[in-house]
Design a protein around this ligand. Structure first.
Ligand SMILES: C[S@@+](CC[C@H](N)C(=O)[O-])C[C@H]1O[C@@H](n2cnc3c(N)ncnc32)[C@H](O)[C@@H]1O
Length: 255
């Protein structure tokens, strides 16, 4: 994290951005949102027909990793930074009614009413909680899989996030993540820009450091692949991507 940006400021900026995404997904952001993005990244359009529009409209993920997650009926899944809830709903379809999906997100507006949205749409296997991915409110070894889409770059404590993910996974459990990384070290001018941090750019680690954190937390990384079809759209964001190689990857890891 930039010296100039305290974690409180980062958190305020990220919450404000994702409150806006939750409340007015049509507004302009540095990034795309919604169904077209989800399908372009790899989601099955027919499967999305089973997911409530309210969740799809505010989807702000950066990749597709359900093929890496390989969720099975009956499994317990945790979605870190569940935000729009779209991935949690898709995970709910994959684990079926015999499994369960828990989403956790720090932005109140992303979590409010979500439990009703799930139940009202016949998803009795989804639960959403407000909280921080750095201090997960779950027992050790609670989940078969941890998924996360476009979130961990926003944390100034990435090693802690991966340690927590590892702690709550059962032995042999797996993680499938999509996130933003950068090829080059980002300059202070970008790292200290709270808006670019909240847009998933300022906090992007280089892939080597990112995987080092994951492995230091106790995971073995099984696959890293670049997401060709994700682009940040505002001019400032796109410039930073071109200049420093900011891009999206999906990554699989096992405990
Ligand atoms: C880019 S959005 C992605 C949301 C969701 N995964 C999706 O695909 O739509 C990032 C989300 O991460 C949440 N978030 C960021 N930092 C967090 C943290 N430290 N703890 C919990 N949630 C966090 C934000 O509130 C926001 O909802």
């Amino acid at each position: 994290m930039s010296e100039a940006l305290g974690t409180d400021k980062l958190e305020r900026e990220a919450k404000s951005t994702y409150r806006d995404v939750a409340e007015s997904a049509d507004a302009e952001f540095h990034f795309e949102t919604g169904r077209d993005l989800a399908v372009r990244l790899g989601h099955d359009a027919d499967e999305l027909d089973y997911v409530p529009d309210a969740a799809i409209d505010s989807f702000a993920g950066v990749g597709y990793d359900f093929d890496l997650a390989e969720l099975e009926p009956g499994e317990d899944v945790l979605d870190l930074g569940s935000g729009s809830r779209m991935d949690a709903f898709v995970a709910g379809l994959h684990v079926t009614e015999t499994g369960a999906v828990t989403g956790i997100d720090m932005t109140t507006e992303q979590v409010e009413k979500t439990n009703d949205l799930a139940a009202d749409n016949g998803f009795h296997n989804l639960t959403f909680r407000e909280g921080y991915i750095e201090v997960l409110p779950f027992e050790d070894a609670s989940f078969d899989a941890v998924i996360s889409n476009g979130v961990i770059n926003l944390s100034a404590e990435k090693l802690t996030v991966f340690e927590e993910a590892n702690r709550v996974l059962k032995p042999g459990g797996r993680s499938a993540l999509s996130d933003i990384i950068s090829e080059q070290r980002l300059p202070e001018s970008i790292k200290s820009d709270a808006g670019l941090w909240a847009a998933c750019i300022g906090g992007a680690e280089q892939i080597d450091s990112y995987t080092t954190f994951i492995e230091a937390a106790g995971f073995s990384v099984t696959e890293v692949r670049e997401t060709e079809r994700y682009e940040l759209i505002s001019e400032r964001a796109a410039n930073a991507c071109d200049k420093y190689g900011v891009k999206s990857v999906s990554l699989g890891a096992t405990k």
